[in-house]
Design a protein around this ligand. Structure first.
Ligand code: ADP
Ligand code: MG
Length: 585
């Protein structure tokens, strides 16, 4: 039986339009998802030049009939959905019938496919939507799709692609999103004849190990603890890293009903569960799988979006946080955190309420230069800076010479020792204070651009932009809405006049979004932080004696100058005792 039918127009129109294939990674996603929908048990991905010249996906799934093979390349041809309402109870991956026609519109596609019940298979070739040939062929059961020279007929798109390294990373990211939810399917990933991944079928944990583990080292997954909570609303399972094994660069994955999703709000739930347990800058790695009735989520049907709305986000936040905390509680009774203080650290026991600050006693002579995080003063500490909040800042004004070392550090004497100052961060803290001041009291100076720049934004960011626009104008941006999906930037704050404006604004939006900055105070902090980061003197810049003096004096006038607003160390001291010790013998 042929199983493909055409979608009625009414359904087709309900489906959000949008470009399906933006880069090799989106092509990979569509092809591999098709293989999984076709019940493949082994999917092989073969890539050349990061997908620029070749992207091939070979599966051992159900294959297609001769007729289906041809129909599959028609727009809105799908075997997976019949009615609009099916869209909302979706369980299969693809459902729009858009992928194959989109791919073959922008590449040279050759496909062979055979069903188990057929003796011969079908070979089909299409170049840039142009039918080349369809023939009977002999081939194994399953489907083999070869996409060559992606965007061969769309030079703009080709130019838009990043370096091979970046595109390969995009391909792998997309690949991980899929393989982590299909542990029972074997996958192979080959790039330029090198096998990058050979993933046998197994459990979720084995899959995580196979993808991220290093066979030569200790098992990667042994640094994780399992979480598992079943409620009527949602079931949550997966793995979260033990606090002592957290790293700066974390693997953070949420999946819902077998799909990868991004979810900044739930990320916050996990981070909250760890609060007080991670050193500054450290992030928890996790692989968390949600299962929930499809009626209570809104799968964004745009093919390239990974955000998903839940009907009951606050309840799930609580469930998730409690679940992670419970798992951590079991394994952190005796915390192994190696922190360089003389203080005793007491991790709070798991409870349903947000954790209060960890209880500590600190040797006050150790290092009096840490202050609390000023960006999130009301929130749980993001690192250890909360430990030092009551320690006094030294009152002394610095009058000695300021030396520069390695283009990065400033060194200046003080009565109790030598102060080492991180130059870029020092400047960033100074600028942050000034930007915050401009946002709340004065106006920033604006520099008109010679050529206005256009900033095109996706819908969700347009809304966000509307919200923060008045503050951007206060701080010195001259920005106007141009169309329903773009803004024009005509002027920028004087301090960043030498940067190109679009990335700076994009960075601001990204930060506001990622930090979930919902109040004016919060987004102002993110705006100030982002601009300070862009405008601060870069590492490696040689400063004159005057500039060095000026920076140190402006830094030390700040109410808190030993840490950046986002918690990084600015000042470190080598005490006189320590100096003396070095010359004892
Ligand atoms: P969708 O996946 O949204 O249905 P596609 O354009 O990706 O749309 O695919 C169209 C149809 O082609 C699918 O519905 C399916 O019937 C068929 N198809 C695509 N890839 C495969 C495959 N690897 N194995 C079997 N059938 C496939
Ligand atoms: Mg599909």
């Amino acid at each position: 039986m042929d199983i493909i039918h055409l979608l009625p127009d009414s359904v087709a129109n309900q489906i959000a339009a949008g470009e399906v294939i933006q880069r090799p990674a989106s092509c990979l996603k569509e092809l591999v998802e098709n293989s999984l929908d076709a019940q493949a048990t082994h999917v092989r991905v073969i890539v050349r030049d990061a997908g620029r010249t070749l992207l091939q996906v070979i599966d051992d799934g159900i294959g297609m009939s001769e007729m289906d093979a041809r129909l599959a390349f028609e727009r809105h041809a799908t075997s997976k959905i019949r009615e609009a309402q099916d869209l909302f109870s979706l369980r299969t991956m693809g459902f729009r019938g858009e992928a194959l026609p989109s791919i073959c519109a922008v590449a040279q596609v050759e496909m062979t496919t055979r069903r188990a019940e057929d003796e011969t298979g079908t070979l089909l070739e299409i170049h840039g939507s142009e039918f080349i040939r369809q023939e009977v062929c002999s081939c194994p059961v399953g489907t083999n799709i070869k996409v060559s020279n992606l965007f061969f007929n769309v030079p703009v798109r080709r130019k838009f692609l990043k370096t091979d390294q970046t595109e390969l990373r995009n391909l792998l990211t997309e690949f991980y999103h899929i393989v982590l939810v299909y542990p029972k399917v074997a996958f192979t990933f080959v790039h330029n004849d090198e096998i990058l991944h050979e993933l046998p079928a197994g459990t979720e944990k084995q899959r995580i190990e196979a993808v991220f583990g290093n066979p030569k080292r200790n098992a990667y997954t042994s640094s994780f603890v399992e979480i598992k909570t079943d409620t009527e609303l949602v079931s949550v399972s997966g793995f979260v890293v033990k606090p002592e094994a957290a790293t700066r660069k974390a693997e953070q994955y949420f999946f819902v009903n077998g799909r990868y999703m991004r979810h900044p709000y739930f990320l916050k739930a996990v981070q909250t569960a760890y609060s007080g347990m991670l050193a500054n800058d450290y992030q928890p790695s996790f692989f968390i799988y949600f299962n929930i009735s499809p009626e209570s989520i809104d799968v964004n049907i745009h093919p390239t979006k990974t955000e998903i709305k839940f009907a009951d986000e606050q309840a799930i936040f609580q469930i998730l946080m409690a679940s992670v905390r419970e798992a951590l509680g079991k394994f952190t009774l005796a915390p192994q955190i190696d922190f360089d203080t003389a203080g005793a650290i007491d991790i709070p026991a798991p409870s349903d309420r947000p954790v209060s600050r960890p209880q500590v006693t600190v040797d006050p002579h150790y290092n009096p230069f840490h202050t609390r995080n000023t960006v999130y003063p009301d929130k749980a500490p993001t690192g250890w800076e909360g430990l030092y909040e009551n320690l006094p800042e030294p009152e002394e004004t610095l009058t000695g010479p300021v030396w520069q070392y390695d283009g990065r550090y400033l060194i200046t004497p003080r009565t109790d020792g030598l102060l080492l100052i991180h130059q870029h961060r020092a400047h960033m803290a100074v600028l942050y204070a000034r930007f915050m001041d401009q946002l709340t009291h004065t106006r920033g100076a604006m520099q008109q651009l010679l050529f206005p720049e256009v900033l095109a934004l996706p819908r969700d960011e347009m809304a966000l932009m509307g919200t923060i626009l008045p503050d951007l104008q206060t701080i010195g941006f001259d920005i106007e809405q141009l169309s329903p999906d773009s803004y024009s930037i005509q002027g920028v704050p004087a301090q960043i006049a030498d940067r190109s404006a679009v990335p700076v604004v994009q960075e601001i939006l990204l930060r506001v979004k990622e930090r979930d900055a919902n109040t004016q105070q919060e987004w102002r902090e993110q705006i100030a932080l982002s601009l300070a980061e862009s405008a601060a003197i870069p590492t490696g810049k040689t400063l004159t004696e005057d500039e060095r003096q000026d920076l140190v004096s402006r830094l030390t006038q700040l109410p808190q100058y030993t840490r950046t607003p986002d918690g990084k160390t600015i000042v470190s001291v080598i005490g006189n005792d320590e100096l003396r010790k070095r010359f004892e013998v």
